[in-house]
Design a protein around this ligand. Structure first.
Ligand SMILES: Nc1ncnc2c1ncn2[C@@H]1O[C@H](COP(=O)(O)OP(=O)(O)OP(=O)(O)O)[C@@H](O)[C@H]1O
Length: 355
């Protein structure tokens, strides 16, 4: 007799997510002890040896609830057959609120452990339901296509094999394997927006609109991802065309030098100049992406550079009437001079607020 269908589904998803790895590679499951990541860890324990891989486990003790150290130790001791199985104890700060601070500390610890252990991948247990919640939250905030694309299946060392499976599948898989997931009391605390989305909003949507809403939202994320990828590629080419490359000063635009085409954030004080005529006829979705790239290349931090900032910069092209520099985060200013839009960091530039 084969495994329970839910167990088979989780194992298949994990097998697919690891198909490109090399024999002997170490893969770590990030396991909180909740149903999603417990089913994930159990599947990794099954799949890894059969795929010629090594499977390990990491569990993070955030130290935020009494008994958390004990619980983390229990997760690391689960007889799943994953080796190494480590508890990572973190100190959670306060920056960005408790949820963000816990997440930042968790990812920092997971990344550090993965590097120390030489892991090829770290698996996260996000499911289709988590994806649906993410999309709904971002929709309510008024996000663009990239943001609605939700969580990616891969990002750096992290992989999310369960994004196409429902949470009910992981719960069933744990039950079929005789594993008792830990129920995080935070997951019931409706002071958290995500908990309210999970416990009230999605069920209400399913009730009113019919079943399959979570699946549809996750599908929306996939479609948005394809669209966002295509637009990003278009913007990359448009950026390379628009960048003004000038050795030294003396150019018509007064640009000293420009960032290399398509380069990412410089993390410094790059000066980036774009030819306005190259931007005027672009579709807004592409133009805004080009402007975002330029601002980041000039040193604006991507995390704080919002769509609102970019819309303000865009007015220097679409609603030009001689306005002063537009400030964006990171001390970067965008100013238009002689048909060139210049992004520059530092105090040397002139200019005040928005148009
Ligand atoms: N304390 C932790 N230790 C290790 N990994 C964690 C921890 N908390 C979360 N993760 C990882 O991040 C993923 C997403 O966690 P999150 O808390 O957002 O979702 P969740 O639905 O509560 O997940 P789960 O049911 O697995 O706890 C988890 O599936 C797991 O892979």
């Amino acid at each position: 007799m084969g495994p329970h269908p839910a167990v088979a589904d989780v194992r298949r998803a994990v097998r697919l997510a690891l198909a490109d790895l090399e024999p002997g590679d170490l893969v770590l499951a990030a396991c909180s002890g909740g149903a999603d990541s417990l089913a994930l860890a159990a599947a990794l324990a099954f799949v890894a040896p059969r795929a010629g891989l090594r499977g390990g486990l990491l569990t993070v003790d955030h130290g935020l609830q009494s008994g958390s150290a004990h619980r983390a130790a229990e997760v690391a001791r689960l007889p799943l057959g994953l080796e190494p199985a480590e508890v990572l104890t973190v100190r959670v700060g306060t920056a960005g609120g408790p949820e963000n601070a816990a997440r930042d500390a968790r990812y920092a610890a997971l990344s550090e452990a993965a590097a120390r252990l030489g892991a090829a991948a770290v698996l996260l247990g996000h499911t289709r339901d988590d994806q649906a919640e993410t999309v709904l939250l971002r929709l309510a905030r008024g996000s663009g296509t990239r943001s609605l694309a939700g969580m990616p299946a891969r990002s750096g060392i992290y992989r999310r094999p369960l994004l196409e499976l429902g949470r009910a599948t992981t719960v069933r898989a744990c039950a079929a394997l005789g594993l008792s997931p830990w129920e995080d009391p935070h997951n019931r605390d409706d002071r958290y927006t995500r908990v309210r989305v999970r416990a009230r909003l999605l069920p209400a949507l399913e009730e009113e609109l019919g079943p399959g809403v979570a699946e549809a939202l996750a599908r929306t994320a996939l479609l948005c991802r394809d669209d966002a990828d295509a637009l990003d590629e278009w913007a990359g080419r448009a950026y390379a065309r628009a960048v003004v490359r000038e050795p030294g000063d003396g150019g018509a635009a007064g640009a000293e030098h420009a960032a290399g085409g398509g380069s990412g954030g410089s993390g410094g004080t790059e000066r980036v100049a774009l030819a306005v005529p190259e931007l005027e006829d672009l579709p807004a979705a592409v133009r805004r992406r080009v402007l975002r790239r330029a601002a980041i290349a000039a040193g604006s931090p991507p995390g704080t550079l919002s769509a609102g900032h970019i819309v303000q910069v865009e007015r220097l092209i679409t609603h030009w009437r001689g306005q002063r520099a537009v400030e964006v985060p990171g001390g970067v200013g965008a100013v238009r001079r002689c048909g060139t839009l210049i992004f520059v960091a530092g105090p040397s530039r002139g200019g005040g607020g928005g148009p």
